[in-house]
Design a protein around this ligand. Structure first.
Ligand code: 13P
Ligand code: SF4
Length: 302
């Protein structure tokens, strides 16, 4: 164990802290995390932890959700500027306009969104539970924000609903093109294509499996196949390689990197544990109003 890892371990015990990390953060941060997972898993862990301090290694909507679910705990993030651009790609005014247009509208909000957008929503979803939750809603008309690709994917799985799409997107997943996947399929004909639903429709059409980061990792681990073309951020490679020493993973792009996720470093984790800096605060009104859709997600997805 190197010096910084030892120091993090010591501080964690001293302060009764827990480290949560998303699969997209740097390998060395995943290595020291107590829990690594997709957004749904991490939201559940954040809502149930006994620790006094949660250090959330991810992007701001994740730290924010942890605080909303745990107002009495201290939530620290290694870098306050680690944000998800897609989380801002919807507008409260448009949501209210849609509500006027459809009597029975449910606003379904991907967890990759600001707390403020969650306040205007009826239920949150993550990529691993969106289909299940939308299916179970009594509403026929659904406004799905902010991600258009995930919304379109859900619409295909739940054709009985009228799903209205919003034009948000993730620039990392938008960089995966059908041409690249096709070229890779030609190069590795035995490889299965595993894709995150934030990818473009034409990429999802080529995938053998579509799912969240955890879904992709579990699929690869349980498959008898030995080669996979991965259409999501390259951070999942750490868990894929750790769990599958005899399998090969090819990423559908040279630089499938979420630069915001990569702002989480060991040095910053150590620094916030030591100093208590970078605490996440959510104002009371926003917390109360955004808790309802988050709780509803946890309830329906259970
Ligand atoms: P997951 O919930 O699948 O981990 O996705 C989070 C995310 O940010 C995808 O870009
Ligand atoms: Fe946001 Fe895309 Fe990064 Fe996920 S990969 S956190 S959706 S920018």
């Amino acid at each position: 164990m190197n010096e910084i890892t030892k120091e993090i371990e010591r501080l964690k015990k001293e302060k009764n802290a827990v480290i949560l990390a998303h699969y997209y953060v740097n390998d060395e941060v995943q290595e020291i995390a107590d829990y690594i997972g997709d957004s749904y898993y991490l939201a559940k862990i954040a809502g149930n932890t006994e620790a006094d301090i949660i250090v959330f290694c991810g992007v701001s909507f994740m730290g924010e959700s942890a605080k909303i679910l745990n107002p009495d705990k201290t939530v620290l993030v290694p870098d306050l500027s680690a944000d998800c651009p897609m989380a801002h790609m919807a507008e409260a005014d448009k949501i209210e306009e849609m509500r006027k247009r459809y009597d029975d509208l449910a606003v379904v909000c991907y967890i990759n969104s600001t707390a403020e957008l969650k306040c205007h929503s009826d239920v949150c979803v993550t990529s691993s539970n969106a289909v299940k939750i939308v299916k179970e809603l009594p509403n026929k008309n659904i406004f799905f924000i902010p991600d258009e690709n995930l919304g379109r994917y859900v619409a295909k799985q739940v054709p009985e609903k009228n799903i209205i799409l919003n034009d948000g997107f993730c620039h990392v997943h938008a960089d995966v093109t059908a041409e690249t996947v096709k070229e890779m399929k030609e190069k590795y004909p035995d490889a299965l294509v595993l894709a995150h639903p934030e990818c473009r429709q034409e990429v999802l059409d080529m995938a053998e499996y579509i799912g969240s980061t955890s879904g992709i990792i579990d699929y690869a681990a349980n498959s008898k196949n030995k080669e996979f073309i991965i259409c999501t951020e390259s951070g999942v490679g750490y868990e894929l390689r750790t769990r599958n020493l005899n399998k090969k993973f090819y990423f559908a792009g040279e630089r499938l990197l979420c630069s915001n996720m990569k702002l989480n470093t060991l040095e910053k984790v150590c620094h916030v544990l030591k100093t208590g800096e970078n605490e996440v605060f959510v104002n009371d009104d926003i917390r109360r109003n955004s808790l309802t859709p988050l709780d509803r997600m946890l309830e329906i997805a259970r």
